[in-house]
Design a protein around this ligand. Structure first.
Ligand SMILES: NC(=O)c1ccc[n+]([C@@H]2O[C@H](COP(=O)([O-])OP(=O)(O)OC[C@H]3O[C@@H](n4cnc5c(N)ncnc54)[C@H](O)[C@@H]3O)[C@@H](O)[C@H]2O)c1
Length: 437
């Protein structure tokens, strides 16, 4: 079995490395020659726990390699995965499928023998039909099946998610393609991972429906948190009490600054657009998108209020920039809105993130980049916890207080207890819990 991954970003690289760990020969293709050169040089261009080691051991075993040459890689492949980006299209929020169309055309030109082309990128309903059309028009002679196999891994725990997924979804009506995919996922089948075989369009929609549902759950608890603040309740207790109901579950009930990242924002928006196009608007998801967009800006306002109504001339320490811990991904991170609004309001921002500062430097201006949390809070009027990295969970609060100009903490991830912060003498504000500000 030979697999080719077209696109070696978060999904392509993790999936490629994991498939090679299963014992299959994998070639990861990317058109970014710098990325491929780094990978060939033994460097992993993204931060994902465990990935560097996994890549290195499979390269050494001769099962994993990298190239920019799609044509020769695809010629010998049994299975070609499309794992290119599908960002939001500027202006209308539809998924921008130009990378998928380009990849399909390039793959078509290179096909030899029976090949299963699998869309792993998150793509709107009907994309598989168009991929098939592109391939068949370019290569009427090609012996090809086009399958949808959406990916559900999460950055930060991507390898474990790929190796032990809750389920694998495979959308095709071809028996032959189903057999090839069964082989590809055999190691997961052996550990009794549920494998959902369905139609291609259903598989495409499952991914969007799942992401929209999770984004809705987050947004729901975020609004409950606002209500808790207004009525004097504690959202942590409300979430616990709700989550113990087996029908609800306790996951994704952590109130925070709003969802971000490379998936939820663009996928909720794309689902809204698809539904509108088909005349079946998904009004709950429309509300989720609107509420979440507003929330990120509202968080900066929360900081301003915690500083007595103005941050003009003040210094604010930001701990955490990535959209979540254990990743360096800054796409649609709440920190982007928060930092910009604080700077627009006259604040100087000092920031620290364990992994995302390299990427953040390309996206944020005039930030004072710091070497650790203690450096970040030096002389600050307030400290804001934006990302719940483990490294921020057990800070020496007494030392922090001593370094700050005034001891104000805005904990947007609820990682400290109000009483613990108060015991050290912090004025403390968090999400949906009693505040001492
Ligand atoms: N990042 C996640 O956590 C995640 C999880 C599940 C699904 N997805 C979906 O997977 C897809 C990929 O996401 P990502 O985060 O890996 O994107 P990414 O931007 O990190 O990687 C995409 C890669 O594809 C390459 N590429 C684009 N066109 C190419 C072509 N024609 N030939 C070769 N390489 C090409 C780019 O250079 C880039 O390296 C998206 O549809 C995304 O929604 C992402």
């Amino acid at each position: 079995m030979r697999i080719v991954m077209v696109g070696s970003g978060y999904v392509g690289l993790v999936s490629g490395a994991c498939f090679s760990e299963f014992g299959v020969d994998v070639i990861c293709v990317d058109k970014d020659s710098e990325k491929v050169a780094q990978l060939c040089d033994g460097k992993v261009p993204i931060f994902e726990p465990g990935l560097e080691k996994l890549v290195a051991s499979n390269v050494e075993a001769g099962r994993l390699s990298f190239t920019t040459d799609l044509t020769s890689a695809v010629a010998d492949a049994d299975c070609v995965f499309i794992a290119v980006g599908t960002p939001s299209r500027r202006g209308d929020g539809h998924a921008d499928l130009s990378y998928v169309w380009d990849a399909a055309a390039e793959i078509a030109a290179a096909l030899k023998g029976h090949t299963v082309v699998v869309t792993k990128s998150t793509v709107p309903v009907g994309t598989g039909d168009r991929v098939e059309e592109i391939i068949r028009q370019a290569r009427p002679d090609a012996d090809v099946d086009v399958v949808s196999n959406p990916e559900f891994l999460r950055e930060g725990s991507a390898i474990n998610d790929f190796m032990r997924p809750d389920r694998v979804v495979i959308g095709t009506d071809s028996d032959r393609a189903r057999e090839v995919l069964r082989q590809v996922y055999r190691p997961l089948y052996l550990i009794e991972t549920p494998i959902v075989f369905t139609a291609r369009r259903s598989a495409e929609l499952i991914k969007y429906a799942a992401n929209a549902f999770l984004a809705t759950k987050i947004t729901f608890i975020n609004e409950m948190a606002d209500l808790c603040e207004a009525v004097g309740a504690d959202v942590q207790d409300v979430a616990k009490g709700m989550g113990l109901d087996g029908r609800i579950g306790n996951k994704f009930l952590h109130a925070g600054p709003g969802y971000g990242g490379s998936c939820f924002p663009k996928d909720t928006l794309a689902l809204v657009r698809t539904a509108q196009e088909f005349g079946r608007p998904v009004r709950i998801v429309e509300a989720v998108v609107e509420v979440n967009d507003g929330r990120k800006k509202q968080m900066a306002q929360k900081v301003i209020e915690a500083c007595g109504g103005t941050v003009e001339g003040r210094t604010i320490a930001i701990l955490g920039l990535a959209f979540k811990p254990n990743t360096d991904d800054m796409r649609d991170a709440p920190s982007l809105d928060i930092v910009a609004k604080l700077q627009d309001s006259g604040a100087t921002v000092r920031a620290y993130d364990p992994e995302a500062m390299g990427e953040a430097r390309n996206l944020m201006k005039d930030v004072v980049w710091c070497k650790d949390p203690y450096d970040a809070v030096a002389g600050a009027d307030a400290m804001v916890i934006v990302t719940e990295w483990n490294a921020f969970r057990a800070l020496d609060l007494t030392r922090i207080k001593g370094l700050m100009k005034s001891p104000v903490m805005i904990d947007l991830r609820n990682i400290y207890h109000p009483e613990d912060a108060a015991a050290v003498g912090f004025r403390y504000s968090s999400i949906g819990r009693p505040s001492s500000l």
